[in-house]
Design a binder for this molecule. Structure first.
Ligand code: FAD
Length: 221
């Protein structure tokens, strides 16, 4: 483990390196099962997505503190060992069907989306749903990557509270207004389960073919 970088009060990035990392052949959008024996026991293993496209030399995870493992990452000593199992997952550009892409993230679901943006080719739109602008971790990287790729990035701040229409801004009409050619895009969505389900339902309503819809849920159930 070569660095721990706080991204906000409750989100931290961990960078690891190792021999022959490129032989693992990970792809943007995939995840590993991580073990940090310096922090907790061997039996404790947690899935975290790569939050940057793999470059063959380092891998990065970005974790929100929700429990003992994720909160403790902030205290990991530099130089301590990490054990990785993977890569896992089909949330990758290998399964693209169209040239254009829509990437949709909710909260810490930005991690695989950030990695996918780094590898994106063709017209790309990113929708990043956060409670408030201060919760938008990795935002400066996203802005930089979007500029470099000519991608359009929308940060959609707000809570779906009482009185709101359900899942604004992800109701079919809202999505179609933001991305009029949505049916001609591959759509990658990663966020809280309720948000992810709402987006997938809206995509169906909008006639986005099933093979163009790619959803990652941060749940192994
Ligand atoms: C494929 C995959 C990829 C993931 N990628 C990331 C990532 O890139 N960044 C990131 O921050 N998290 C990610 N997660 C979620 C992450 O694995 C969990 O938050 C973490 O393992 C929780 O461990 P903990 O010991 O810190 O908390 P625990 O003590 O295990 O849990 C603390 C509290 O959080 C709740 N909780 C635990 N896991 C989840 C979850 N997955 N979703 C919602 N609530 C949960 C528990 O019910 C409990 O209330 C991913 C999960 C999966 C399945």
């Amino acid at each position: 483990m070569i660095a721990v970088v706080p991204e906000s009060d409750d989100v931290v990035s961990v960078y690891v390196t190792g021999r022959d990392l490129q032989r693992l052949d990970p792809r943007a959008g995939q995840f590993f099962i991580w073990r940090f024996p310096a922090h907790n026991g061997w039996w404790q293993a947690n899935p975290f997505s790569l939050s940057a496209a793999p470059d063959g030399r380092t891998l990065r995870l970005t974790a929100k503190a929700v429990g003992a493992t994720s909160a403790g990452l902030r205290q990991l000593p530099v130089g301590s060992r990490a054990f990785l199992e993977g890569p896992y997952g089909a949330f990758t550009a290998m399964h693209r069907a169209r040239d254009a892409t829509l990437l949709v993230a909710g909260g810490v679901g930005i991690t695989p989306i950030r990695a996918l943006l780094e590898e994106s080719t063709g017209p790309t739109v990113v929708l990043y749903r956060v409670h408030s602008a201060a919760d938008a971790v990795l935002l400066s990287e996203l802005r930089w990557l979007a500029d470099e790729r000519g991608a359009r990035l929308h940060v959609l701040a707000g809570r779906t509270g009482v009185g709101d229409p359900p899942f604004t801004p992800f109701a079919p009409g809202d999505l179609a207004a933001l991305v009029p050619d949505i049916a001609d895009r591959d759509v990658y969505v990663c966020g809280p389960p309720a948000m992810t389900d709402a987006v997938v339902r809206s995509l169906r309503t909008l006639g986005v073919p099933r093979r163009q819809v790619h959803a990652e849920r941060f749940s192994l159930a």
